[in-house]
Design a protein around this ligand. Structure first.
Ligand code: PMP
Length: 416
């Protein structure tokens, strides 16, 4: 009935040994319950949007109120104005901001805007980076670094792919080469400032510096895809952590409090091009709907609780340290890249700083780990490329239970 049994491919268990994925009916705090009533500690966090856990009382209240007072008006509302102001208070670089329904739409429009502003059509993206499912970003690297792209998904026209230059992440030299060749045609460099889509991979300082310098030199804009990173590691953007400033920023996931949302914004003179003020079209029947926005407002309020991000980081550190100690004890090669409350588990001996490194990690070991943890009531992302996200309701007891499950799983893996 539903292709692959899933409404988004990453939910399938294809990458972790196949078979039917587990079906879930209810979430509460740090836990998900499957159709048989079994409880799982959830580190999938719906691929990133959840940070307060499932059915957080403040979000339930906001969503219930929206349900009672109307979920969709097709008119401006005071809620979206307040939400835009709160976003700008958290991320001052969002001089102006527009809401969409998804991260895909946010990045897609930011790129359209960059093309309109610069009058150019090419973009640089980084190998293995995911920016949603519009044609332009479903393009892989050509035969070498700094070559034009080829479609990575059927149905993406070759003509579209020719506008995409793909470069390895954390490779300043390849980036410089790409800008040397295509700089005069370049509208934007699109980047996750901290990668969340082939594991958590922080940028090396020289690499980020190169992105901004090269973009400035050739007249391209820098678009930060912060769909995962914003409000994940701190209240707001990661820009203050990195000491950089993007021209345009795309948001999504967390800011909707578990309801569909996306947003893009940035420099006022660029955002002035958005219709109806300017000639760049972007629209949405559901964009800025009261339910998503009121959930988002409640979420932003709750995220300002003192010590919240320190708490997430402490739990993630305990998990990461524990997993590394256990993997060492059982002779299993494991690399953990962690930033704040998010980390990734790559089964390899070598550090992971590019997509090629992540690809080289052992998928069969990850699949065995995923399945062992699932049997023991711990839900991880069903792909070696996805991150674990710690949520506010994860308790010390959950961390201990997770590490006990990991010990049993590693022991099993070592014996296999
Ligand atoms: N950008 C990044 C960095 C993402 O991780 C995702 C979703 N995984 C998207 C864009 C697309 O967002 P959405 O799924 O809401 O369209």
């Amino acid at each position: 009935m539903i292709p692959g049994g899933v409404n988004s491919p990453s939910r399938s268990y294809k990458a972790v040994g196949g078979g039917a994925p587990r079906f879930f009916v209810r979430g509460e705090g740090a836990y998900l319950y499957d159709v048989d009533g079994r409880r799982y500690i959830d580190y999938l966090a719906a691929f990133g949007p959840l940070i307060l856990g499932h059915a957080h009382p403040a979000l339930v209240r906001a969503i219930r109120q929206a349900a009672e007072e109307g979920t969709l008006f097709g008119t401006p509302t005071p809620y979206e104005v307040e939400f835009a102001e709160r976003l700008r208070a958290a991320i001052p670089e969002l001089e102006r901001v527009r809401l969409t329904n998804s991260g895909t739409e946010a990045v897609m429009t930011a790129v359209r805007l960059a093309r309109a502003y610069t009058g150019r059509s090419k973009i640089i993206k980084f190998a293995g980076a995911y920016h949603g499912h519009f044609d332009l970003v479903l393009v892989a690297a050509g035969s070498g670094p700094a070559t034009l792209g080829v479609p990575d998904a059927a149905g993406v026209p070759a003509a579209v792919a020719r506008d995409v230059v793909t470069v390895p992440y954390n490779d300043s030299e390849a980036l410089a080469l790409a800008v040397e060749r295509f700089g005069s045609e370049l509208a934007a460099i699109v980047v996750e400032p901290i990668v969340g889509n082939f594991g958590i991979v922080p940028p090396e300082p020289a690499f980020l510096e190169a992105i901004h310098r090269l973009a400035r030199e050739c007249g391209a804009l820098v678009v930060y895809d912060e769909v995962i990173t914003a409000f994940r590691f701190r209240y707001g953007s990661v820009m203050p952590m990195l000491g950089t400033r993007a021209d345009l920023i795309a948001l999504g996931k967390i800011i909707g409090g578990g309801l569909p949302i996306g947003a893009y914004g940035g420099r006022a003179e660029i955002m002035a091009l958005v219709a109806p003020e300017g000639p760049v079209y972007q629209a949405g029947t559901m964009a800025g709907n009261p339910a998503s926005v009121r959930a988002g407002l409640a979420l932003l309020e709750a995220l300002q609780a003192p010590g919240l991000y320190d708490g997430l980081e402490a739990k993630a550190r305990a998990l990461a340290d524990g997993l590394l100690a256990l993997s060492d004890r059982y002779g299993i090669p494991l690399q953990i890249n962690r930033v704040g409350g998010a980390f990734s588990t790559h089964f390899t001996d070598r550090p992971v700083r590019t997509y090629a490194d992540a690809e080289a990690a052992d998928g069969a070991l990850y699949a065995a780990f995923f399945r062992g943890m699932l049997r023991r009531g711990v839900l991880l992302p069903p792909s070696k490329f996805e991150a674990w996200f710690v949520m506010v309701p994860h308790s010390d007891a959950d961390v201990a239970e997770t590490l006990a499950a990991a010990e049993a799983t590693f022991r099993e893996m070592a014996a296999a």
